[in-house]
Design a protein around this ligand. Structure first.
Ligand SMILES: [Fe+2]
Ligand SMILES: [Fe+2]
Ligand SMILES: [Fe+2]
Length: 449
């Protein structure tokens, strides 16, 4: 059996009937997506929102997280213990590690094509450039939160954003912990200071992930890690995985400190806007301490990263490490920009479904034509869950008999016989059959010219 096939055959990846997995160790994987896991072919830059990207990044997250401990805060039953043992099974962990390098190459090598550094660099020029990028970013209002505030339902869009951030923030700085090991001089101790802040100096209520949990709880979201695994967009997973990738592979150390600077330096501006949006949408009930804390601490962290980590690194090891620092900075910035775009497109899709719900759920089929293939008709039994996935073509989705729930965001819309919608390429979705059986038809389409 192919190693990747063997890896996903672990019961940890089995599809359950539950939309939201009951433990952080359930990682549903659809057998029909196995071909998408071809790890020999790198993702192209324009494939970040494809199903293949989703599958590669889900599996990569699992591989990284098998070396991180997740425990739900409750008494563990027999089924929990079985899931716990399965996820952390030694054979599965070591198989994942043998696959890791190939999946990382498939997931991230396109960045090497896109991000090129040329010219002569020294510390002064680097500092000017890095600080200049952040100053320009801060000179304009935050684009992402402005777009959220312009939505029909900003609370819904904000909850969906919190879910995207959860894949990272509920285990905040865990990737960074991988960078702490070894013996690399005074910079190691400086990095430790940033790390200790992330972990709240050992005070659990101040740990950044705890602050994020409180924010989730305050808006009615579960604070448990990976409750919303179904809803993670591939670009959100890519952001989380990128840090694990550059912290796990020591040859990428210099990229790590560049990416660390981008994240620490861009956070205050974004988090200030996020805090304001959350308060505007949810009023006094929302706990924004997570975002407010970062406005303060990351202004401090970004100076620390520049003055006590990047500058001494260049002084100690020489300017030839600068291109790598820049590659880390630019790669993460690029991924962040694409993740924002992916999130906004998904939120628009969710919003358009809500509008169609109000208009009776009849797709505007006349604006489309068949993209060639004959339509496929499927009949699924009661309760059947089609776990979240993505299509590479636009798809006309019509229910012929029975009914199902269609999930793009947190709240499903119900599609009954006679209903039809267009699922745009690149948009995450899943379904669950209501009642007895459901028969639906899917047709690849394209917009008429
Ligand atoms: Fe933090
Ligand atoms: Fe920080
Ligand atoms: Fe689908």
């Amino acid at each position: 059996m192919l190693a990747i096939q063997e890896y996903v055959s672990s019961p940890a990846f089995r599809l359950s009937a539950a939309m939201l997995p009951p433990t952080p160790w359930h990682r549903p994987f659809r057998a029909q997506d196995l071909p998408a896991l071809d790890i020999t072919k790198p993702l192209r830059a324009d494939e970040l929102t494809s199903n293949r990207s989703l599958m590669l990044h889900r599996i990569l997250l699992n591989i990284y997280e098998q070396s991180m401990l997740f425990l739900p805060r409750r008494r563990l039953g027999e089924e929990d213990m079985a899931a716990f043992r399965t996820f952390y099974d030694t054979q599965s962990v070591s198989l994942g590690q043998t696959l890791r390098a190939n999946i990382e190459r498939a997931a991230f090598s396109c960045l090497d094509e896109e991000v090129k550094v040329t010219g002569q660099w020294d510390w002064e020029r680097l500092e000017d450039y890095l600080v200049g990028v952040i100053k320009r970013y801060e000179s304009e209002p935050c684009g992402l939160t402005a777009r959220i505030e312009a939505q029909n339902d900003p609370p819904r869009a904000l909850k969906y954003l919190l879910i995207q951030q959860a894949s990272d923030f509920l285990s905040e700085a865990s990737a960074m912990a991988r960078a702490m090991l070894g013996n690399y001089g005074p910079v190691q101790s400086e990095l430790m200071k940033v790390f200790i802040d992330e972990y709240g100096y050992g005070v659990h209520s101040k740990k950044h992930s705890t602050l994020f949990e409180s924010c989730c709880t305050s808006v009615g979201l579960s604070p448990e890690a990976h409750t919303y695994y179904f809803h993670y967009l591939p670009s959100s997973l890519a952001l989380t995985n990128y840090f694990h990738y550059i912290c796990s592979n020591k040859n990428l150390w210099f990229r790590y400190i560049g990416a660390l600077y981008y994240t620490e330096a861009s956070i205050p501006h974004f988090n200030q806007a996020m805090s304001k949006s959350l308060k505007g949408a949810f009023g006094r009930k929302v706990d924004t301490a997570y975002f407010d804390e970062h406005v303060h601490i990351d202004k401090h962290h970004r100076r620390m990263v520049l003055d006590t980590i990047i500058k001494p690194t260049i002084e100690m090891h020489g300017p030839q490490v600068i291109p790598e620092i820049l590659i880390g900075f630019e790669s993460f910035r690029l991924l962040q920009g694409r993740a924002d775009q992916d999130y906004l497109e998904q939120v628009s899709f969710i919003e358009s479904l809500e509008q169609q719900r109000g208009q009776g759920l009849h797709a505007d089929a006349a604006s489309y034509e068949s993209a060639g293939d004959a339509p496929l008709t499927h009949t699924e039994p009661a309760g059947e869950l089609s776990f979240a996935h993505i299509h590479d073509d636009d798809e006309l989705f019509s229910v012929e008999k029975g009914a199902l729930e269609f999930f793009a965001g947190l709240d499903p819309i119900v599609l009954e016989a006679g209903s039809s919608i267009v699922i745009p390429a690149g948009r995450l979705h899943g379904t669950r059959v209501l009642g007895d059986t459901c028969t639906y038809r899917v047709q690849k389409i394209r917009r008429r010219k």
